[in-house]
Write a protein that binds this ligand. Structure first.
Ligand SMILES: [Zn+2]
Length: 353
C-alpha cells in the first residue's frame, strides 16, 4: 500500500466539521477503519514481530502470518477493551478539540450517551494523556520563562515559598510577530535543579531565555543565553516585564478554574496543563478537523491506561459535581440507523406508503 503523501487534506484525510464527523463515522465499524488507517497508514505492521504479512479474521482482527498472534486495531491503544462505542469516543474527541476552552466530564456525561460520569471522566483523562507534549520539538529562539502558583483558597506564604500550593513553570516563544509555542509543567520547587530539569526538557540548547532575576535562574541556565530582567528594579509589575508568560498563566488558570471548577486540583493538574498546551500550540490551526485527526493519531499510538491506574495516579480525589454520580447504565451508542420521518409515521401509515 502506498503511503499517503503530502499534508493532510480536509474532506479527504480528516472531517471538516461535526456534520462530516457524523456522516463519515455513522457506525463503530467506520470509526474502527479510520483508526486502522491512522495507526497503519502504510498497511498493517505486527506490533509483536514487525511483520507486514497478515490475514483478516472474521472478527475483524488481523492474524500475523509470521508469529500467528491476533491483533485488533485498538489493542495497545487508549481504546483497548473500551465498553464505550467508538462513535461516542469520536464525538468526545471532537468536543476535546474545541479551540478555546476545555470540556468537562460533567458536560460530556450530559451531552453524550456514556454510562456514567466516571466513564466520561476516564475518557477525557485518557485523551488528555495523549495530548502530552513529550514527543514534540523543544522551544527555540527567544523564550520567556517564569513560575506561578496554582491552588485553591488554601492559605500560604506569599512568593516562591508558598506552602500548600502547586508550583507551575511556564515557557513561551516570543518573536517580532507575537507568540509561538508554549510549555507548562508542575515543578517541585523553584530551585535551580527543578528549573534546570524543566528548561532542558522543554527548551532547545542555544535558545535565549528571558526570565526575572530570581537567583535560581543563572545556575539553571548553563548552556543557554540568559536575559535576566530585574522586576523589582524595573518598578513595573511582573506581568508587564514578562507579559507573554503571564498572559499564558492567566489563560490556563481561567481554563482550569472555569471549565473544571477547580476539580483539576493537584492530582491531575499536569494533564490539564498538557491539554491546554496542546490546544494553545494549535490555536492558529485553521482546521479543527486536523486537530481531531492528530489527537486520534496520538490516541492509537499510546499505551492503554485503565481507570484504576488513572485514579491511583491522582493524589487528590476528583471532585464530582452533585447529581451526576448515578448508577452505571449500559453504554449508549451514537450509531446512526436512518429513520424514516417518524413525525410523518401516522400519515404514511394511513396513506399506505
Ligand atoms: Zn507478528
Amino acid at each position: 500500500m502506498d503511503k499517503p503523501t503530502g499534508a493532510p487534506v480536509a474532506g479527504r484525510d480528516y472531517p471538516s466539521d461535526i456534520a462530516k464527523v457524523r456522516s463519515w463515522f455513522p457506525t463503530d465499524a467506520a470509526c474502527l477503519d479510520y483508526l486502522d488507517w491512522l495507526r497503519w497508514p502504510c498497511g498493517f505492521i505486527c506490533p509483536h514481530c514487525a511483520s507486514a504479512e497478515a490475514g483478516r479474521e472474521a472478527t475483524g482482527r488481523y492474524r500475523c502470518r509470521k508469529c500467528d498472534k491476533q491483533v485488533s486495531v485498538t489493542a495497545g491503544t487508549i481504546f483497548h477493551r473500551t465498553r464505550t462505542p467508538l462513535t461516542v469516543w469520536f464525538e468526545a474527541t471532537w468536543l476535546m478539540t474545541a479551540p478555546k476552552m476545555g470540556v468537562s466530564a460533567s458536560h460530556v456525561h450530559r451531552v453524550l450517551p456514556v454510562s456514567s460520569y466516571q466513564t466520561a471522566w476516564t475518557m477525557l483523562t485518557k485523551l488528555r494523556q495523549v495530548m502530552s507534549t513529550t514527543d514534540s520539538q523543544p522551544l527555540t529562539g527567544r523564550v520567556e520563562i517564569d513560575e506561578t502558583f496554582f491552588g485553591g483558597p488554601r492559605p500560604g506564604v506569599a512568593g516562591r515559598g508558598a506552602a500548600g500550593k502547586t508550583l507551575v513553570a511556564g515557557a513561551i516563544e516570543i518573536d517580532d510577530h507575537g507568540w509561538g509555542r508554549a510549555r507548562l509543567a508542575v515543578i517541585n520547587d523553584a530551585s535551580a535543579k527543578s528549573l534546570r530539569a524543566f528548561i532542558t526538557d522543554n527548551v532547545a540548547p542555544g535558545a535565549t531565555v528571558v526570565s526575572d532575576a530570581w537567583r535560581s535562574y543563572p545556575p539553571a541556565l548553563g548552556g543557554y543565553e540568559h536575559v535576566p530582567v530585574n522586576v523589582s528594579a524595573s518598578g513595573k509589575p511582573a506581568h508587564e516585564v514578562l507579559p507573554a508568560v503571564h498572559r499564558l498563566f492567566a489563560q490556563v488558570k481561567r481554563m482550569v478554574e472555569g471549565t473544571y471548577q477547580g476539580s483539576g486540583s493537584v492530582g491531575h493538574l499536569q494533564e490539564y496543563l498538557d491539554e491546554f498546551v496542546f490546544r494553545f500550540n494549535r490555536r492558529h490551526s485553521r482546521h479543527r478537523g486536523l486537530v481531531f485527526m492528530r489527537l486520534l493519531q496520538r490516541a492509537v499510538a499510546a499505551a492503554p491506561v485503565g481507570y484504576r491506574d488513572l485514579v491511583r495516579a491522582s493524589r487528590v480525589k476528583e471532585k464530582r459535581p452533585p447529581g451526576v454520580v448515578g448508577p452505571r447504565r449500559r453504554p449508549g451508542s451514537l450509531e446512526v440507523v436512518p429513520e424514516k420521518r417518524p413525525w410523518r409515521a401516522a400519515e404514511d401509515r394511513d396513506s399506505g406508503t
